[in-house]
Design a protein around this ligand. Sequence first.
Ligand code: ASP
Length: 326
Amino acid sequence: MNASADPSRIRFAIHGGAGDLAPDAGPQPEHRAALARIAAAGQALLLRGGSALDAVELAVGLLEDCPLFNAGIGAVLNRDGLPELDAAIQRGSDRACGAVTGVMRTKSPIRLARAVMERSPHVLFFGAGAEQLGRELGLPEVEPAHFVTHERLVQLEDARRKGIITLDHDSDFDRAQKSERADAAFGTVGAVARDAWGGLAAATSTGGLTNKHPGRIGDTPLVGVGTFADDRSAAISCTGTGESFIKVGFGHEVHARMSYQGWELARACRHALDEVLHYGGRGGCIAIDHQGRISLPFNSYVMFRAWVGEDGEVRTGIDPSDGPDQ
Ligand code: ASP
């Protein structure tokens, strides 16, 4: 970490998932307002001298509490109608990290992931054992019903009727059907930050896929894939077809292209996304590099996002036209 704090180093970005929103779904003011509010909260923490790690945990925790997005409250449901939540967090200075999968009783999966990172000698916990750790560490618990919203039950019923596992980023999704799917959810939430010292961090949290087989795990809780931070390269949080992101090894692929080939952040992210497409997946990522460049590319129709660049303004975007892929 650099010796002195410099607020001009601060950068921040969050996402509320990528997906296939109906073209006539409108400007989504509720989603934009929530994204702007949460990005501003993360920025304020960084301006008060908070670390990148604190900022990404705060933002992802707020996104988990917001029923509009697929994480925490409002997470999508598995085939049995249960939430199975995944989360991960990583600090870029030393690659310290923690992750959990398949939890449904810990109130904040991202808080539990950070507890794994800081209060256990391990990196990744699953299911009942992860919840047990949370209990031992005194983290708040809830009944699984706490996370379930009416919209997600309707969505699950729809997916069951059609016999599909909804990626929320369905690769063979027919644009003509979009109006019918205007209420389609957007998968996953995440945050990346660069603090006043130049430190990077990333965090991601998700309910995964609607109607997924119990026990299925995507890219989100896999450090080096859906969540990654290294102060020498970038902080990255992904959303999309987890299986394809895993095949690409997304986060580390971006890191490797930057570190070993000297590519710029945007090129490395684009390349990794092309690879995701090659393996049949879709989605996007938010990324901030060690020099403060921001890249927010996606190959789905939309990605819900907000970012704070060099000028300190909070901006939000949904469509590709909403903002530069900086
Ligand atoms: N990437 C997440 C997963 O595969 C889902 C998403 O981003 O919508 O679990």
